[in-house]
Structures are given as structure tokens and as C-alpha cells.
Design a protein around this ligand. Structure first.
Ligand SMILES: Cc1ncc(COP(=O)(O)O)c(C=O)c1O
Length: 499
């Protein structure tokens, strides 16, 4: 393809194409390739490890000279696309990954063209982000004065919530002088089933991960309220300063919902900041049969959630909602001459996201969320969530009926933890999961339930049907049987890329 330097009309240093018609043709081919990828995803293996040659091809030195766009695209198709995580595929059931949508892909393209920097200033992309905040506020019954912000994901959203709660506990001084004597005594509460990013957030906030008290859970993995109450009292007696209580709306291991209404009462009576980690479960509000489990979320001081999980918005699209906008702003705003907020002109606008989080330069995450919510509508997203839970219940029933398998935890939502019975079951099941992933048939992951290694099938993809979890389970049995018989190699060969 011709470069800008070949075209005398183009300024010497411009990076725009010299040949727009050719660029358009190539651009349409690139879009078509991605649409083909999604349309025909079922025909592909879920995941394929990179062969050494593909990996080596991504270790080149910095490219000083230009390469034709078609050649770079061909390289992407050969080296990158076949070796992606696979979460677009209905057989992907590992960790907590959203499946994305075609609408999100198209919206990402528009956002890329606009190249908006959403740190501040007076422009429409900021208003789109505001619009989403309004929708989120409405969905969760937060007051008009609440503020919201797109972030990378719930790890960052939970961190921001800890910082705002810390600011609430310690006052304005913490921004200038740090934790002080009281800060060193702050303690927070979450259950042992809470996501690890909360302890990390405590660490990053300078409070230390041990300042997060991990309260035991009941047999349904919900925080034990009596132990919680007693621990808060004991901590106060011992001179600690309880400041924050974190409830989980969808625990990472099994999708349990803490009793948020009771937690909100405890938080109120103990004067604790009440935060909800709703990374994936919060969007259960869109599914009528799940929404009641979120009762009490409307009383939270802050909420973390991800549109890139059960909202199917392409990565990344995390979100934090804070009840008290002023406090949120006071936690982060730090005026600078070069970022003066004007009353008119492009420097105007009364919502500058830089005042509500750590990032100044920010992409236009709101656009792909706006498109997804508008084009699909919240009812369809809720139906997809309910559909995932139905598929998980089907998987649960199949496991319960199979003597070679054992369920390791209840299935309250869309996550099924189980394992193949056998000697040295931890290593056996870890090996089975790797076998199944390498076969290309499905991609579950692992976790530990009561100290035992579990195969974890988390059904988050709106494309996943009963036949997909059946294929995953058949592959688990195939590889489990083969390993128990000591013939794993044969089974790996037989099951490879079976789709
Ligand atoms: C319950 C829960 N909280 C927080 C997180 C972290 O979210 P993110 O990966 O978007 O940072 C996850 C991720 O799976 C999660 O399941």
C-alpha cells in the first residue's frame, strides 16, 4: 500500500493514508474478518496454545521502517487471532469473562475513530458517560447526587471505593498528610469468599491487606452476620477503628449473594461505609428472578460492577458508583493550572472525570456500553443472564447424575464447581482441566472449595447453550477416564479440537 510520503499532496509527516480508497477496502476486509470470526466462532477450537514460531514472530525488534497494512493484518490473522483467550467462544467457561458482542465491536471502532480523551472538558463523550451514570443510578436506586465513573474493571472500582471510604473516615487531611495515627488503625470487613482484589485495594490504600478482616461464610458461602457483628465489637474494644464493610453480590467462586439488606443495617448501626462488590452479580438486577437477591444494594455507599462481564461489553468497561458525589470528588480532585475548569469554551463542562478517579487520560468506554444497552435493551441482557443460570442448572443436574463426578458447592447462580473423583484428586483435576483446555473443546478453570481443587465452569457467555456444557462435561469424563486408566496421551489426541 502506498504511504503518505509517496503522495505529494500529503504533508510530509502526516500518518494519514495516501491512498484512501485502498485503505477503505482494506479496512472493510479487517472488519469482515472480525465479523466472520464471531459469526463462525463455534467452528473454532476454544483456545489453542501458541506454537513457538507464532510466539517468536511477536518478539521482533521495534519496526523502524513501515510495513504494509495488509501484511500486518495477515500477521494478526495468523499469529494473534487463533491464539486469543477464547472468551468469545461458547465453550469458554473459565474465570469470569464476558463474551462480547458484535455491537460492542462496532462501537469500539467508532470510539477509535473519535479518539476522545474522557478525562474532562466539554464534549459529547463526557455526556454519554454521564448518561450511563444516570442509568446505573436508576437501576440500583441510588440518589440523584450519586456520581459514577468508568474504570478498567472492578479491581479498580473496588480500590476507588476503598479510597473514598478512607477519605470519609479520615477527613481531608488524608489527601495531604497520609494516614496519620488513626489511619494505621482502620479495619474493614468482607467475607472469606470476597474477591482478592479487595485485600489488594487495602494494601494499595496504605492500610495493609491484614486490615481487611475476613469473616467466615455459611454453607451457602454467604457472610456470617453474627461473627461479623462480634468481630466489629471485638475490634473496637481492641482499639482498632472499623470503617468499611464490603458485601459481595456474586462471589467469585460460586456466585453467592451476601445478605445485603442485613449488611446495610449493620453498617448503619456501626457507622461503617457500606460497599458492594457487584463485579458480575450486580447486573443480575436486569433478570427478574435474580434481582430480588440484590435487595439492600440501594442502601450502599458505593458499588463496583463490570459491564465487560455480564453486560457483554467488550473489555474493558468497569464502573464505580458512589452515593456521595462531593466526597467522591474531594477524594480525587487536585486542581492544576493546565486543567482549569472554565465557564465556557471547550475547557468548560461541569463533570471532569479526572476529579473522580486517578486517571487523566481516559478512553471512551462509555460508548460501547451505550451502544450495547441501547441496541440490545436491558431486558435482552437480563434474559441472557437468566439463560446462563439455566444452563448452569442443567450442568448441575448432569453432574449430580454422574457417579464419576462430585459437586463441590451449591449452584446459586451461573457457576458450577465440581470434580472428577479419584486418588490424588487435586492433581488429577488440575490435569483434566489443562487437557480439556488443550483439546480446544472447552475452557473451564480451577479454584479451591474447602481446600479441595475444583473444576470451575462459570457460564458467562450469552452464546453458551446446554450442548456446550455437555461437550465440556464429556471432555472432562473422557480425559478423567483416560488419566485414571493411565492413558492420558491417547485421550488428548482423540479429543483435540473436536469441535
Ligand atoms: C466478585 C469479583 N470482584 C472483583 C473482580 C475483579 O474484577 P476485574 O477483573 O474487572 O478487575 C472479579 C473478577 O472476576 C470478581 O469476580
Amino acid at each position: 500500500m502506498e504511504s503518505a510520503s509517496d503522495n505529494p499532496a500529503a504533508p510530509e509527516s502526516s500518518l494519514d493514508p495516501a491512498n484512501w480508497p485502498e485503505l477503505r477496502r482494506q479496512g472493510h476486509r479487517m472488519l469482515d474478518d472480525m465479523l466472520d470470526y464471531i459469526e463462525h466462532i463455534r467452528g473454532r477450537p476454544v483456545w489453542q496454545p501458541m506454537d513457538p514460531a507464532a510466539r517468536a514472530g511477536l518478539r521482533d525488534p521495534p519496526p523502524e521502517q513501515p510495513t504494509d497494512l495488509c501484511a500486518v493484518h495477515a500477521d494478526f490473522m495468523k499469529r494473534v487471532l487463533p491464539h486469543a483467550t477464547g472468551n468469545v467462544h461458547p465453550g469458554f467457561m473459565g474465570w469470569v469473562h464476558g463474551g462480547g458482542t458484535v455491537i460492542g465491536l462496532l462501537a469500539e471502532m467508532l470510539a477509535g475513530g473519535l479518539n476522545a480523551n474522557c478525562g474532562g472538558r466539554d464534549h459529547a463523550p463526557i455526556e454519554v458517560e454521564r448518561q450511563i451514570t444516570e442509568w446505573v443510578r436508576h437501576l440500583f436506586g441510588f440518589p440523584q447526587h450519586a456520581s459514577g465513573l468508568f474504570v478498567t474493571g472492578s479491581s479498580m472500582a473496588n480500590f476507588i471505593a476503598v479510597l473514598v471510604a478512607r477519605r470519609s473516615a479520615l477527613g481531608a487531611g488524608v489527601n495531604r498528610s497520609g494516614l496519620g495515627a488513626t489511619g494505621g488503625r482502620l479495619v474493614a470487613y468482607a467475607s472469606t469468599a470476597a474477591h482478592g482484589c479487595i485485600a489488594r485495594a487495602m494494601n494499595y490504600a496504605g492500610l495493609g491487606s491484614e486490615a481487611l478482616r475476613l469473616i467466615p461464610v455459611d454453607r451457602n458461602q454467604r457472610i456470617d452476620l453474627d461473627v461479623l457483628r462480634r468481630t466489629v465489637v471485638a475490634d473496637r474494644r481492641a482499639g482498632a477503628v472499623p470503617f468499611m464493610l464490603i458485601g459481595s453480590a456474586g462471589t467469585v467462586n460460586i456466585g453467592a449473594f451476601d445478605d445485603l439488606a442485613s449488611l446495610s443495617l449493620i453498617a448503619a448501626s456501626e457507622r461503617l461505609w457500606f460497599h458492594v462488590d457487584g463485579a458480575f452479580g450486580a447486573l443480575g438486577v436486569l433478570a427478574p428472578d435474580i434481582a430480588p437477591r440484590l435487595a439492600g444494594i440501594e442502601l450502599a455507599d458505593s458499588l463496583a460492577l463490570d459491564f465487560h462481564k455480564w453486560g457483554h461489553v467488550p473489555y474493558d468497561a468497569g464502573f464505580v458508583l458512589i452515593r456521595d458525589r462531593d466526597l467522591h470528588r474531594e477524594t480525587f480532585a487536585a486542581p492544576a493550572d493546565y486543567l482549569r475548569h472554565e465557564s465556557r469554551g471547550l475547557g468548560g463542562g461541569d463533570f471532569w472525570p479526572v476529579d473522580f478517579g486517578p486517571d487523566l487520560s481516559r478512553g471512551f468506554r462509555a460508548l460501547k456500553t451505550w451502544f450495547t444497552l441501547r441496541v440490545h435493551g436491558t431486558a435482552a441482557l437480563g434474559a441472557a443472564i437468566a439463560g446462563n443460570c439455566r444452563v448452569a442448572r442443567h450442568l448441575e443436574r448432569r453432574i449430580a447424575a454422574e457417579p464419576r463426578l462430585e459437586l463441590l458447592a451449591p449452584v446459586p447462580l451461573n457457576i458450577v464447581c465440581f470434580r472428577y473423583r479419584g486418588d490424588d484428586a487435586d492433581s488429577l483435576n488440575a490435569a483434566i482441566v489443562a487437557d480439556v483446555q488443550e483439546s480446544g473443546v472447552a475452557a473451564p478453570s480451577t479454584t479451591r472449595i474447602d481446600g479441595r481443587l475444583a473444576i470451575r465452569a462459570a457460564i458467562f457467555n450469552h452464546r453458551t447453550r446446554e450442548e456446550d456444557v455437555d461437550a465440556m462435561l464429556d471432555a472432562v469424563l473422557l480425559h478423567g477416564d483416560a488419566r485414571v486408566r493411565g492413558a492420558a496421551g491417547d485421550a488428548r489426541g482423540a479429543g483435540r479440537n473436536a469441535r
